[in-house]
Design a protein around this ligand. Structure first.
Ligand code: PLP
Length: 364
């Protein structure tokens, strides 16, 4: 009764993350367009390395992930000693929360930011300060106005998920310049590889130059290794040191490290994936616009469409209609966007099927 073990009081406010749903089994072809996964799968080289390691499951991984760090440093021209690895970038966010947030601290994220930031801040007992956006886009002035002496972390996914919008690098630099040196700016570049804009940069330069910036990247999206859980961060030495103090020694598994190295080296697969995304994202967006849907102007590997509020045509009804027919999309009610759906760029077949069904749903 009343003498059950009591979890930390702040956990009462935590709403568990709701992941994208797998498609319903309809007996026919199904498509998951709900989690921004790579529709082409993963690098064949990564798959081979992973399969070969089935014979080595008794071994612990290299806790320091030296080979993977060396491969990342080579690929991106980085200092390997400033790299940190996580079981997905989520793990890095969690480690940052554990290292920098305690009850009474404030953690800033924008209104439609990736949900994990607020979850982690709440777990730590920190106050989540949610800042308004400008047309679904982070607003630098609004973020800077929200900073107080209690602010410890500012989280910014650039581009953001679920909106797909991004801040030009000049704006990111202006944000950083306005922050006190004691506030850590976390630049989450989960979709960085997909952005082909001259005014965009993921922020590696800021993380190299300043003491209060970390950038994170992931193998979950472009590299198609979401199921293996590998993410990385690039940070100043003292941030790396703090993360290393909270990191569990073997947080990235042995096959995950090896597959990530193989994936990094497989330029043919990443180029094919990028070319596919570039082409299919435009085709999917154009197809949705032709159905009369309004899209948020975004980048990444997904599109966000606004549905009418008319009964029979709403986002919630579209989500259910598609689900029943074997295509899962992402509802955004939990993000305060109940009239929008996020649709990941799928295979050619998947995108065709989604467009055809949505046409039927909208009665076009
Ligand atoms: C998918 C995604 C990630 C990646 O998470 P992992 O833990 O690396 O799989 C991080 N940030 C955003 C904004 C994302 O959409």
């Amino acid at each position: 009764m009343t003498d059950n073990p009591k979890p930390l009081p702040q956990l009462a406010g935590v709403h568990a993350y709701v992941p994208g749903e797998a498609p319903k089994n309809t007996g026919g072809k199904t498509y998951k367009l709900a989690s921004n996964e790579n529709p082409l799968g993963a690098s064949p080289r990564a798959k081979k390395v992973y399969a070969d390691l089935a014979a080595k499951m008794e071994l612990y991984p290299d806790g320091a992930a030296r080979e993977l760090k060396a491969a990342l440093a080579k690929k991106h021209g980085l200092d390997a000693s400033r790299l940190v690895l996580g079981a997905g970038s989520d793990d890095i966010f969690l480690m940052l929360g554990r290292a920098y947030l305690s009850p009474g601290d404030e953690s800033i994220n924008t209104k439609h930011a990736f949900a994990i930031y607020a979850i982690i801040a709440q777990q730590q007992g920190a106050k989540v300060v949610e800042v308004g956006e400008d047309n679904f886009t982070a607003d630098v002035d609004a973020i800077l106005r929200a900073v107080t002496p209690k602010t410890k972390i500012v989280w910014l996914a650039n581009p953001n998920n679920p909106t797909g919008t991004y801040l030009p690098y000049d704006e990111v630099k202006r944000l950083h310049a306005g922050l006190p040196p004691g506030v850590l700016l976390v630049l989450d570049g989960a979709y960085a590889e997909f952005v082909k804009k001259n005014d965009y940069a993921s922020g590696i330069e800021l993380a190299s130059q300043f003491g209060n910036v970390i950038i994170t990247r992931t193998f979950s999206k472009l590299y198609g290794l979401a199921g293996l859980r590998v993410g990385w961060g690039y940070a100043p030495p003292h941030v790396v040191d703090a993360i290393e103090r909270v990191r569990m020694p073997f947080n990235v598994s042995l096959p995950a490290q090896a597959a990530a190295i193989a994936a990094l080296e497989d330029d043919a697969f990443t180029e094919e994936s990028l070319a596919h995304n570039e082409h299919e994202m435009v085709r999917l967006a154009d197809g949705l616009k032709a159905l009369g849907l309004e899209l948020i102007d975004g980048v990444g590997n997904f599109v966000v469409a606004k549905f009418p509020e008319t009964k029979g045509k709403t986002a919630a009804e579209a989500l259910a209609f598609m689900k029943d027919r074997g295509i899962s999309l992402r509802g955004l009610g939990g993000y305060g966007m109940p009239n929008h759906l996020r649709i990941s760029v799928g295979t050619v077949d998947g995108n065709d099927a989604a467009l055809k069904l949505l046409k039927e749903f909208l009665g076009k």
